[in-house]
Design a protein around this ligand. Structure first.
Ligand code: IDP
Ligand code: MG
Length: 153
């Protein structure tokens, strides 16, 4: 099975009605959506998600941010999806991210940054397990998969 990652379209993107535009970036790249859930994350779940940052000064801030309003949680699947989706997202803060990236094009501050993406296979497996049961992830073939993921050698 191809690699999977957890992507969250964060509260600011939902409130700014940018869900479609953000999701389009991933879709146009050719990354396959295999699970989706629109939900409001509890403080407890946000704490578990960001547990690796427990000791950082921004921990309480990111927990409050992520639980403040609804989000769209996605699982994307493709070979190399973790690195590709991180590149599409851009650097952590919109005020530093390159134009052409999601954060660089839609963000201008350090508080809110529109989107989350797992940063390693281990973290992806942990994060996917926080939001989805195995049976909520749908493995299927896109009609144009040969053209999307083809090779000519
Ligand atoms: P990443 O999302 O680019 O992987 P991380 O360093 O893993 O960035 O931080 C997780 C999240 O915590 C960020 O996406 C951001 O929402 C928040 N965050 C990180 N550093 C800061 C900070 O210095 N101030 C405010 N929020 C921060
Ligand atoms: Mg991170």
């Amino acid at each position: 099975m191809a690699e999977r990652t957890l992507v969250i379209i964060k509260p600011d993107a939902v409130q700014r009605q940018l869900v479609g535009k953000v999701l389009t970036r991933f879709e146009e790249k050719g990354l396959k959506v295999v699970a989706a859930k629109f939900m409001q994350i509890s403080q407890e779940l946000a704490r578990r998600h960001y547990a690796v940052h427990e000791d950082k000064p921004f921990f309480e801030g990111v927990v409050n941010y992520m639980s403040s309003a609804p989000v769209l949680v996605l699982v994307l699947q493709a070979e190399g999806v973790i690195a590709m989706s991180r590149k599409l997202m851009g650097a952590t803060f919109g005020n530093e991210a390159e134009p052409g990236t999601i954060r660089g094009d839609f963000g201008a501050c350090r508080g809110y940054n529109l989107v989350h993406g797992s940063d390693s296979p281990e973290n992806a497996a942990y994060e996917i397990g926080l939001y989805f049961k195995p049976e909520e992830i749908v493995d299927y073939t896109l009609a144009n998969e040969d053209w999307l993921y083809g090779s000519n050698d």
